[in-house]
Design a protein around this ligand. Structure first.
Ligand SMILES: *Cc1c(COP(=O)(O)O)cnc(C)c1O
Length: 426
């Protein structure tokens, strides 16, 4: 959109045209210091509470209260099969076949479970490629996995870093590094969207380049699920996992999703850490020796379903579906972020003062813009907070702003632009 204007009237006009505008009222918007609704741009850290979440959890309390153990079979949505009720919507969310996805555990746990199967180093092919400065949990997970196999992290983990003077990675540089590592590369694990810069990677190109050298390719989609339109199956990604409490609004510590490409669906020989919930359900309750995994991603489950987090996730996913899915959300998201970018660029600040480090091309980013604030970053962040703008601060000097299509409005974004202008003239 080339004809944005910075005025409240213009933002109100965009909101009036927004087909998703009514979804905002389906969420609890926390109040700012003045008691009015805040501008919540922290959905990349913890998405807001869907109003439907409370009733969804209450339903499970009611079943537990009324039925005790029988809730497993006679609950409103029997607990025995509860996780299966999330499969279809999760598959649509990430562009996968139902057999390729399962919801279980938490993100880092799932990353480990997947790496046990998909990081299988040999004496010569043992390297892992990841982003330099990846989210710390991912760094620790990889470091410990590499050590588990007897390798030294400094040797086995190869980190991608931007060219000097640049903030984000170029696809051609990622591809070149993959080629350079060649036969030594066992596994690639990148964020679908980098949590710090907001850069979205070309997952199809990375999968292609990785497979060309015989590597396995996985993504941590913590910042991509519910943010981007994903086509994991068509992109030929081998494995992926995501949390549900960021862009998927499924509550603090919420459950996590897992994707494993169909080509591994019937590979009981793949090494894995097993539990009874991943075992063939036809004789799961005979309690016999000899693990036989279920087909597909479900065969990586360990434990019986976490009903309460899953109840919230189900209610939250239903909103994504009701909105028309990620294609519809993404259309608004691109416009919201473009508007925010327009307002920030309109401040005409020199790069020595403030830079947007997130890529400019819509296909190279999700909804988040990361501002590198060279002077008084923390003061600016606090100034925004005092104006009821809830952003996210990352040391040493980055402010992350994530307008999301389900509950943020163009007027929210306009308020941010006005606050930034006010900061400059204060
Ligand atoms: C948010 C996030 C995590 C958090 O992991 P949990 O296991 O959910 O605590 C891990 N990795 C990335 C890339 C994240 O963005």
């Amino acid at each position: 959109m080339t004809s944005f204007q910075p005025t409240p009237d213009f933002a109100a006009h965009l909101d009036a045209q927004d087909i998703l505008r009514d979804f905002r009222s389906r969420f609890h918007i926390p109040p700012g210091p003045d008691g009015q609704e805040s501008v919540y741009l922290c959905g990349n850290s913890l998405g807001l509470m869907p109003k439907a979440a409370r009733a969804a959890v209450e339903q499970e309390f009611a079943d537990w209260e009324r039925l005790g153990v029988e809730g497993h079979f006679h609950g409103t949505s029997p607990w025995m099969h509860y996780h299966e009720t999330l499969t279809e919507a999760s598959a649509r969310l990430v562009g996968a076949k139902p057999v390729e996805v399962v919801v279980m555990n938490n993100l880092t746990t799932n990353l480990h479970l997947l790496l046990i199967s998909f990081y299988r180093p040999t004496a010569t092919r043992y390297k892992v490629l990841m982003e330099g400065g990846a989210f710390p949990s991912d760094q620790y997970a990889l470091e410990s996995q590499v050590k588990l196999h007897g390798f030294a992290p400094d040797d086995a983990i190869v980190e991608l870093v931007p060219r000097s003077g640049e903030h984000t990675l170029r696809t051609e540089d990622i591809e070149a590094k993959i080629q350079e590592l060649g036969d030594s590369l066992a596994t690639i694990i990148l964020g679908g969207v980098n949590y710090y810069t907001g850069q979205a990677f070309d997952m199809a190109a990375i999968a292609r380049a990785g497979h060309a050298v015989g590597a396995i390719v996985g993504f941590d989609l913590a910042h991509a699920a519910g943010n981007l339109e994903l086509q994991l199956h068509d992109w030929d990604v081998d494995f992926a996992c995501w949390c549900t409490y960021k862009y998927l609004n499924s509550g603090p510590g919420g459950t996590s999703g897992v994707y494993v490409h169909e080509r591994f669906a019937n590979r009981p020989d793949l090494p894995r850490l097993a539990g009874w919930w991943g075992h063939d359900p036809s004789d799961r309750f005979q309690m016999k020796k000899g693990f036989r995994p279920m087909a597909g991603a479900a065969g990586w489950q360990l434990s019986n379903a976490q009903i309460f987090p899953m109840a919230i996730h189900r209610a939250a996913l239903a909103l994504v579906e009701e909105a028309g899915g990620m294609a519809v959300l993404r259309r608004k998201s691109e416009q919201l972020t473009a508007y925010l970018e327009f307002l920030i660029r309109g401040l005409n600040l020199p790069a020595s003062r403030l830079e947007i480090i997130t890529p400019q091309r819509p296909e190279a980013r999700g909804c988040q813009l990361s501002l590198l604030v060279h002077q008084q970053g923390r003061e600016l962040f606090d100034f925004l907070a005092a104006k009821g703008i809830i952003a996210d601060w990352r040391e040493p000097n980055v402010i992350r702003l994530a307008p999301v299509p389900l509950y943020n409005s163009f007027q929210d974004v306009q308020r941010v632009g006005a606050a930034l202008a006010g900061w400059l003239t204060r």
